[in-house]
Write a protein that binds this ligand. Structure first.
Ligand code: ADP
Ligand code: MG
Length: 325
């Protein structure tokens, strides 16, 4: 096992080499220079082995997911990524090959998303491997998307497909054996390597009223928008976009399956609300970015999220969404 300072110098510093303000990870902190006319946007996510990932998941994919779930939060705010700080709490038996692969994963995504490591902290822990990442981004001043501006009459839109994350988790424990290997692999990939919708986020500035990324499940995250905006929402189950893999599942009970997909979480798609007159504009963005955007429901006066099944009657949800406590 390497010492703390070797880890920083040999593995983490190279990831900070292209960012002058990171000072080669040789000072006590990094220096960021916020651009004039832009607001800084900051977010943090923690991932604990055994809770958010398994010890035997590939280290590069763990790293990339850690970075991507944070970039997804920036995307939901309409922000551009700048850099990130890494919290690394490793058990004593941590091996070098694992760290090397972990850093290779970060290096790959740094290139894709144009962000840099700028600092962090490295400690030993008697507990499981615990990773935290704080991402910094920016938006034109005052233009960050928030959860709090949804209005009755708004359309509820989602990007991509819903439910693949939780199905990926199911596949890991041997559920849905009827699915082809290709479908199973696609679902696993969706769980391990989510796609932060950054370009879509920027394009929604000035259009979306309420916006959030889907980490806890569509119902829960739309619920967060409703709470913050003091409104309710009605979702149409039949409109919820599903991947080919999700469509290939043959569930015992269609409503129960829908409920599973919209409360399971780990989608990292965006859910947002728009005025009906902006529907066409949003469709153009969908075409430009090559990201399917689907209208799945409406914002109404009141509170809470109601889900209507194919027969127009409310579906009973098995749970509301993922929560730790
Ligand atoms: P201090 O003890 O003063 O907090 P450290 O010795 O922990 O400082 O860190 C020295 C430098 O290395 C700092 O710039 C810090 O941001 C950086 N650093 C430490 N751990 C990490 C990490 N896991 N990832 C990136 N940078 C790190
Ligand atoms: Mg110090």
């Amino acid at each position: 096992m390497l010492g703390e300072f070797d880890l920083i110098a040999d593995f983490f510093a190279p990831l900070a080499a292209n960012c002058a303000g990171a000072l080669g990870l040789q000072d006590d902190a990094a220096i960021l220079q916020p651009k004039a006319g832009r607001d800084l946007v900051v977010t943090k996510d923690l991932m604990v082995a055994g809770v958010h990932f398994s010890e035997d998941d590939p280290a590069d994919l763990i790293a990339r997911k850690l970075l991507r779930v944070n970039l997804s939060d920036l995307a939901s705010m309409g922000a551009d990524g700048i850099g990130y700080a890494l919290g690394f709490a490793a058990p004593p038996e941590m091996d070098i090959d694992w760290v090397q692969l972990f850093c290779a994963g970060l290096a790959e995504d740094q290139k894709i998303f144009n962000v840099s490591l700028i600092g962090g902290d490295t400690v030993q822990t008697p507990g499981p491997l615990t990773l935290s990442l704080t991402a910094f981004g920016d938006v034109p001043a005052g233009q960050a998307l928030k959860r709090s501006n949804a209005k009755p009459g708004d359309l509820v839109m989602v990007s991509g497909t819903i439910g693949d994350g939780v199905l990926g988790l199911d596949i890991k424990v041997g559920k849905w054996p009827e699915l082809s290997v290709t479908h199973q692999n696609n679902l696993r990939a969706r769980l391990q390597l989510p796609e932060p919708r950054l370009a879509l986020g920027y394009s929604l500035r000035g259009i979306a009223h309420g916006a959030a990324d889907i980490s806890d499940g569509l119902v829960a995250d739309l619920g967060h928008i409703c709470t913050a905006s003091h409104v309710g929402a009605v979702l149409d189950a039949v409109k919820i976009p599903l991947s080919e893999a999700a469509k290939a599942v043959a569930p015992m009970d269609a409503n129960e399956f829908t409920s599973h997909l919209i409360t399971g979480g780990d989608d990292y798609e965006l859910v947002f609300t728009i005025a009906p007159e902006d529907r066409e504009r949003v469709g153009e963005h969908s075409a430009v970015h090559g990201i399917p955007l689907t209208e799945v429901g409406q914002i109404v006066a009141g509170d809470g999220v109601k889900v209507l099944g194919a027969d127009g009657r409310p579906i009973k949800l098995v749970q509301r969404g993922y929560r730790h406590f």
